[in-house]
Each structure stands twice: as C-alpha cells, then as structure tokens.
Write a protein that binds this ligand. Structure first.
Ligand code: C5P
Length: 483
C-alpha cells in the first residue's frame, strides 16, 4: 500500500489541517488518523468533520468569533458579539497576548488577530489563530491568500482596536502615521477607538522619543493601559515597561466598548475623584501610610469615564493600572493631593474616595534618620488639610455635587451622618472597613448612601458594581439639577 506523508499534501489542505490540529491540540499526523478513524466508524452515516470545521460545540458556545468575511473560512459569528481587532506587536510580552485572546473571549468578545512580522518571532499565527478561532492576518498585500480581506475591511469591521504589546517601534509608527505594513495601515485606516498596552524595556519607555510619541498618541485620542512597573524579561532589569496583565487589558477593552456602545449620561460633565492612600514622609525612605488599595476610587473613575464624563483622577500611590480614558494625576502626600484637586477644578462633581492620612510628620528630615543608642527620635505630627471639607466649604467654584466616603469600623451610619454635616458635603458613601468586612484591599463592598434626606442601604456587590451604580446616581442628580 502506498504511504502518504503530510509533506505531500496540497499547501491549502496542509494549512487547513494545521489549523484543525492546533484547535484540537493534536499533531497533524494524529489529526489525519482521527479523520480517517471517524470516516471508518461513520460508515457513511456520520460524516467526518469538514477539514476546517466550526469549533467543537462546547468551545463554540463560549468563544465568540467575527462574522465570516467572504471568502474567509473563519468561524461563524455569535450573533451580537462585540468585536476586537487585536494587533500583536513584536515583543517578549507577545506570549501574554495569547492569554489576552482568551480573557477577551471570557467577556463574550469576538477576537480577530493581526500579527506584525516581528510578533511572529515570538508567537506563531497558528497559535493565535487556534485561540481566536480564525485565520490570523499578517500581510498587507496577500492576493494569493483566500483569507485576504483587505486592510480597510479589517480596520472597519471591528468595535475596538487593541494593540498589545505596543512596542516602541509600533508606537513610533502610529505617532508618525506610517502605513508600510498591515498593522500600521489598519491603525491609520480605522475609525474605531484604539487601546494600546505598551511594553518595552524601561530605558526605551522613559526615552524622550517614546514619551514624545506617547504624548502625540494621547493627543490623538489613543487610550493606554499600563505599562506596569516590575521585573522585566531580561535578567536583572526592572522598572516601568511591563505590559499590563491580560485581565487588566481585557477590563479596559470592556470599559471602552461599554462607553462607545452604551449611553453616555455624563457626557459634557467634569468629575474629579481622589483615590488610594497618601504617603506622609518621615525621612527620604520611610513614610506613614494606610491599607487603602484605591480599587473603589479607580473603579468609580473608570465607570464615570465610561459614562462619558471628563474625569481627573488624583491618585495616591497604588498598585493599579491607570483607568482607561481618565486623566490620572499621581501624588504622594495629602498636601500634594489637595493641590492637584484644586488645579483640576472647576468640576460638576467631586468624589473623595481617597484614604487621606489625617496627620503628617512635622519634623520630616531630608536625610535618612540613623539608628542610635538614644533610640527612635520622637515624631511630632501635625494635622493634614481636610481635602473634602476644604472643597465642600468653598464659597466660589464649589462643585455642584460633593461626595465623601466614610470608612468606619464602628457606629457606621451615626459617624457618616456626623461627617456629612461637619464636612459640608452632599452625600457620604459609608462603608464598614473592619477587618472582618474584607473591604480594604478586597474586590467587593457594601455601602450606605447617606444624604440630607436619609440613608439608603445598598446590597453587597463588587466594587465595579458600586462604581456603576454610583455613577448612575450621580448622572441622575446632575441632570435633575442642571447648572
Ligand atoms: O474624616 P475621615 O477621614 O473619616 O473622612 C473621610 C472622607 O474625607 C473621605 O471622603 C476622605 O477622602 C476625605 N478626607 C479628605 N482629606 C482628609 C481626610 C479625609 O479629603 N485629610
């Protein structure tokens, strides 16, 4: 009997077989054996899967895909799936973009991929295609490919373009308006929002040229997520330049998709939000801090931006990515936070979610305090400005709606009511931060809205849920009392 090897197969069949094998996690030889086995068992009653079948039933149910552009053989569409065109740039972080495909799909998003030439040095079109469930696009001109749908079609047939990793080179091309390969041509041709997840060596990130390109891209309306600080792939290298985690990029994409698809009840409104802890220096290396993670304040900023507001987030030191579509001002101390808030005014609404240190060290030193036999020198503390009270008591330029938070471990509502009066704000969002509540640093929250007209108890929910509900309430209040 004559033998047949994969190498002898027709190129087109080989390509389709490779896709099918990757999808099923088998070698190409095993895939052929399976097909032949199915054919033999089926005796004509159960025909084997087509050589390029839709994904297995289970996978198809949870992995949405793009509408099939003729003559492509990409998987059929899930009717109303939102669509992301993912451009994978050439950096070591490209391997994380494979996980990003999955994380986007977890949100019911259909993903189509473009790989730059450099990206193909790190991940293969086959791997990306197997995860995305369709052909991966790599060439600007590919008249021979049956998958060629043209860069204009790729640029338009999507709801959002995500570039991850966005390398220094890709950012430079975007900023310069280049169009000499498929990725850059699509980025120039698209009329949809663009989200980039920069990833590069810290020296490249801080280089003036990259920062110049970043400023231009932000000016053009491109939205960024990350980069994060931490260890780099290169041994011994650390700093800012790591690509944001796939879950964070997917969350940013969802926020943007919500913002563009949904209603924008806060369009035209300016909102200032404080978030995170403050650090009050003792000497150049030591400081007084608290356990605030900034998760609730950042979630409110993201939700307000998604609702169309022009948001300035004044953030103390946190381990969170800057929320997409938000102007983030990073500060350390309470005094810097007050200064940044005042600079961000006028605003329609100000929300004070930060856990501001009540006191700072009066005798902070510019040199590191040495350990001596005399022991620890006494720290003398002075009160910090109360940012919420300062803004709420303003005679001129007071935001129409001033919202404070009350983090309490006991007598929650009584303390919140007292705070509402003392601080002169319109609403207090009261939450229990006792260690049993798990609120500090956790992902969920149970809040009570305390206003002059009463107390509203909200059910326990995620901090994102609290943020969305609060933004809805703020939008209603601002509409009710137009300026
Ligand atoms: O007094 P207490 O810290 O409990 O008040 C909490 C509220 O006041 C929060 O909204 C917090 O952001 C704000 N605050 C402030 N500046 C301070 C202290 C608290 O804005 N120095």
């Amino acid at each position: 009997m004559a033998s047949l090897t994969v190498r002898q197969l027709d190129e087109k069949v080989k390509k389709l077989l490779r896709l099918r094998a990757a999808r099923h996690g088998r070698s190409m030889e095993d895939e052929i054996r399976t097909i032949l086995g199915q054919a033999a068992q089926g005796s004509g009653r159960d025909p084997p899967e087509a050589i390029d079948p839709p994904a297995r039933a289970g996978a198809q149910a949870v992995r949405p895909s793009f509408a099939t552009p003729e003559p492509s053989r990409e998987r059929p569409a899930t009717s109303s799936a939102r669509r992301v065109l993912l451009i994978i740039g050439g950096g070591i972080a490209a391997y994380k973009s494979l996980d990003l495909i999955r994380r986007l799909q977890d949100h019911g998003i259909a993903v189509r991929c473009i790989l730059t030439k450099a990206a193909q040095e790190f991940v293969t079109p086959l791997a990306a295609g197997a995860l995305a469930g369709g052909h991966v696009h790599t060439d600007l001109f590919d008249p021979k490919s049956e998958f060629d749908v043209g860069h204009i079609r790729l640029a338009r047939d999507t709801d959002l373009v995500v570039v991850a990793p966005a390398t220094a080179d890709l950012m430079a091309k975007m900023a310069g308006g280049h169009a000499d390969d498929l990725a850059s041509a699509v980025l120039l041709a698209t009329d949809q929002p663009i989200l980039i997840a920069p990833a590069m060596n810290p020296m490249m990130w801080s280089h003036k040229a990259t920062q110049r390109n970043l400023a231009r891209l932000l000016d053009d309306g491109v939205i960024t997520v990350g980069p994060d600080a931490g260890e780099m792939a290169e041994r011994g290298e650390a700093g800012t330049g790591r690509m944001a985690e796939p879950t964070a990029i997917a969350a940013a994409a969802v926020t943007l998709l919500d913002a563009t698809a949904g209603q924008r009840p806060l369009a035209g409104k300016r909102i200032v939000i404080t978030s995170g802890p403050t650090h009050e220096p003792i000497d150049p290396v030591r400081y007084i801090a608290n356990r605030s993670s900034g998760k609730q304040g950042h979630a409110i900023a993201a939700a307000a931006a998604a609702a169309g507001a022009d948001v300035t987030l004044v953030s103390g030191p946190v381990n969170l990515a800057d929320p997409p579509g938000v102007r983030t001002v990073k500060v350390e101390s309470a005094r810097q936070m007050l200064d940044a808030v005042e600079k961000a005014l006028p605003a329609d609404c100000a929300i004070f979610a930060a856990a501001v240190a009540d006191w700072r060290v009066a005798n902070a030193t510019s040199e590191k305090i040495k350990k001596t036999k005399a022991g620890m020198p006494p720290l003398s503390l002075v009160e910090n400005p109360d940012i919420l009270a300062t803004i709420a008591h303003r005679k001129l330029g007071r935001p129409r709606l001033v919202v404070g938070f009350a983090a309490e471990t006991e007598n929650l509502i009584a303390n919140a009511k007292d705070k509402l009066e003392r601080k002169g704000c319109d609403w207090i969002i009261a939450n229990d931060v006792s260690s049993e509540s798990g609120v500090m640093g956790g992902d969920s929250n149970k809040v009570h809205i305390v206003t002059a007209s009463g107390v509203e108890d909200w059910p326990p929910q995620s901090k994102d849920g609290v943020a969305r509900a609060l933004v809805g309430r703020i939008a209603a209040a601002l509409v009710k009392e137009p300026s």
